[in-house]
Design a binder for this molecule. Structure first.
Ligand SMILES: [Zn+2]
Length: 193
């Protein structure tokens, strides 16, 4: 089913709806999408487009953050953790907790001020569900407070935004390759540094 996408809102909605479908399937421990998962995607996509639904609060993510041991959100390393801005401060990313995640020094210096999604795609990787959800929520909030949601996507792409709306994922890797979050690695590989 091809989605017709004209506005920024529709672009974000379809990405978030696909994320919710993957999230539910992973939570259910499924390897394949079932009818219920497709329904969740369709319902959320419609609701976000028609503004009868909103993205769930970050509460669930915050709770996860408490239960998941501290580790780099990108690679799971538990050594040399630093605080990383999902949307770089230099590009207008806020210093608020939603925008802050743990990153190891290695990932942090590899990513630098690049957009998280762009950086991950460039290195042939895909963010965890938890990370992508935080990211999409921040993108949504940014577009909302800057009155971008009802702009045509093609016009928004001409603006100098802190993220690239054109690469918001609509097609996800197979469920077997997706993770809800990156588990902390059990060995401390850099312990001798
Ligand atoms: Zn890392």
């Amino acid at each position: 089913m091809a989605q017709e996408i004209i506005t920024v809102r529709e672009q974000i909605a379809w990405s978030y709806a696909n994320l919710a479908r993957a999230d539910k399937a992973l939570q259910d421990g499924e390897q394949k999408y079932g009818r219920m998962h497709h329904m969740i995607r369709a319902k959320l996509n419609k609701g976000l487009r028609e503004q009868t639904m909103s993205m769930a609060s970050l509460y669930q993510d915050e709770r996860l953050k408490m239960t998941v041991p501290q580790a780099c959100y990108y690679c799971g390393s538990i050594s040399q953790l630093t605080v990383d801005h999902l949307i770089p401060r230099i590009k207008g990313g806020a210093d608020e907790s939603d925008n802050l995640i743990w990153a190891c020094r290695s990932c942090n210096s590899s990513k630098r001020d690049r957009d998280m999604l762009k950086w991950m795609i460039d290195k042939n990787s895909f963010p965890s569900i938890l990370l992508l959800r935080r990211y999409l929520k921040i993108v949504m909030r940014f577009c909302e407070s800057n009155d971008l949601l009802d702009l045509k996507l093609e016009d928004a792409l001409k603006q100098d935004l802190p993220f690239d709306l054109s690469i918001l994922p609509h097609i996800f890797p197979p469920l077997a390759e997706l993770k809800l979050w990156v588990y902390p690695e059990d060995k401390n590989t850099e312990s001798n540094i």
